[in-house]
Design a protein. Structure first.
Length: 97
């Protein structure tokens, strides 16, 4: 099922399968998804803009609840002068935080 009219790459599902994330250039997009309604997809929405993301199939990982994202970014970008380092992020992701 096509969910974007403007293309997209690197799709990832939220843990409960109700939202699909994908990249569109430097934009991280989200589409609501209702498997109960015969796989009905909502309208894509911009979650946030990112710096240049390392181009790999696992360039980002959403948390189970979709409130946080682990991203593999190029830190040489001046737009990323202030970076937050989260320690033990994998524990939080597994715990669904």
């Amino acid at each position: 099922m096509q969910v974007s009219s403007n293309g997209g790459t690197h799709p990832q599902w939220r843990g409960d399968g109700r939202e699909l994330y994908y990249r569109n250039g430097r934009n991280l997009m989200a589409v609501d998804f209702s498997p109960a309604a015969a796989g009905t997809a909502g309208t894509p929405k911009l979650l946030f803009k990112t710096g240049p993301i390392v181009n790999s199939w696992r360039s980002y990982i959403p948390s189970k609840d979709g409130k946080r994202f682990l991203m593999n970014l190029h830190l040489s970008d001046p737009d990323l002068a202030n970076a937050t380092v989260v320690i033990n992020w994998d524990h939080d992701v597994r715990a669904g935080k």
